[in-house]
Design a protein around this ligand. Structure first.
Ligand code: COA
Length: 344
């Protein structure tokens, strides 16, 4: 049996309490608030507490999303966590979240598409739900990026933050104009060396050979764990991101026979305000129609799209029937977009 439509019926966001401002970074590395603000649009980011894990942030976001949907964990058929910073190599963070929330029996698994994990997850779950496999699922993007950045690398450590965003998805048998419309996904592994974090068991992992990483992090009580470190050729990533995102938004609108003018809200991955501005310009949209959290969250990888959606939702600006375009770009490279008519 197939399902006619899939809807977001609950949203939740969680950000750890500790805030790292640009002025704090000025004391850690050779940088300035002005440089970071102008080049990235980021003013601060949240940093996970030493005794927290990715699963803790995910569980908090899920609790809020379930309450928002008027459901409990017992109503759920599946739980998926998109993360690049899992608690452990295995078991999956999703199973840990399931246990922390007291859920039982339903399937739980992780998705790894880095910053595009939530967009990939929405596409995957919509397909499974339309096929009739699940009625009610939870999708979370959750990341402790502060644990895998090199706190001595001013080109990368300024960009990232921690947090989690969750949605409840519900399938309805009746056909509806609103709900998820569809997705476009892409990946091109030939770009894999431009943005990466080597696995800690790789002998060449820079984190293992960088005593300063532990020192700089310790000064500001950031638990870097020192197990992996993000490496990025920022300029090249920037250039490809702008081009691929411009392409994917055009592609998804054409696929579903919509135009730029039909979009009410852009909910982009929050990596850099200049990348977001380029996509908005391509769509002929003003920033007043874009969900923007990059200045206060930084890049929270797979959490950034659901956190931006949560922010937009909580601001009270979303109205039933509005068309929302979500998009993300990630290491791999992996990128994609989803279209959604708001129906909550
Ligand atoms: N503070 C001060 N100066 C810095 C700095 C910092 N935090 N980081 C880099 N610089 C310096 C560089 O050393 C360089 O100096 P030089 O000209 O003397 O060599 C100069 O600033 C310019 O560096 P560049 O890397 O060309 O800057 P940029 O304008 O490309 O901005 C990023 C750097 C990282 C902000 C930008 O490339 C970016 O956002 N890239 C995409 C990142 C991204 O989206 N990643 C995730 C995708 S999911």
């Amino acid at each position: 049996m197939s399902t006619a439509s899939v809807h977001i019926t609950g949203i939740g966001g969680y950000l750890p309490q500790r805030i790292l401002k640009n002025s704090d970074l000025e004391k850690m590395i050779d940088t300035t608030d002005q440089w970071i603000s102008e080049r990235t649009g980021i003013h601060q980011r949240h940093i996970i507490a030493e005794d927290q894990m990715t699963s803790d942030m995910a569980a908090e976001a899920v609790k809020i999303a379930l309450a928002d949907a008027g459901l409990t964990i017992d109503d759920i058929d599946a739980l998926v966590v998109a993360t690049t910073t899992p608690d452990m190599i295995f078991p999956s963070t999703a199973t840990i979240v399931q246990a922390k929330l007291g859920g039982k029996d339903f399937p739980a698994w992780d998705i790894q598409a880095v910053c595009s994990g939530f967009v990939y997850g929405l596409a995957q779950l919509e397909g499974m739900m339309r096929g009739g496999m699940f009625k009610r699922v939870v999708l979370v993007g959750a990341e402790a990026m502060s644990r895998i950045v090199d706190w001595t690398d001013r080109g990368t450590c300024i960009l990232f933050g921690d947090g989690a965003g969750a949605v409840v998805l519900e399938a309805r048998d009746s056909a509806a104009e609103n709900g998820l419309i569809g997705s476009v996904l892409h990946a091109d592994g030939s770009y894999r060396d431009l943005l990466k974090a080597e696995h800690p068991h790789q002998p060449s992992s820079p984190a293992l050979h960088h005593p300063a990483l532990h020192h700089a992090a310790a000064d500001f009580s950031i638990d870097s764990a020192g197990t992996a470190a993000v490496e990025m050729k920022g300029n090249e990533v920037f250039r490809v991101a702008v081009s691929k995102l411009g392409g994917v938004v055009t592609e998804i609108l054409a696929k579903y026979e919509l135009t730029d003018n039909d979009i009410d809200w852009l909910v982009p991955h929050q990596a850099n305000i200049r990348i977001i501005q380029a996509t908005a310009k391509k769509l002929g949209m003003g920033l007043d129609r874009v969900a923007l959290t990059v200045s206060k969250h930084g890049n929270t990888s797979s959490a950034s799209v659901p956190l931006a959606l949560n922010d937009l939702y909580r601001s009270g600006r979303l109205e039933t029937g509005q068309l929302i375009l979500l998009e993300a770009f990630a290491g791999g490279f992996a990128w994609g977009a989803n279209l959604l008519r708001w129906s909550k």
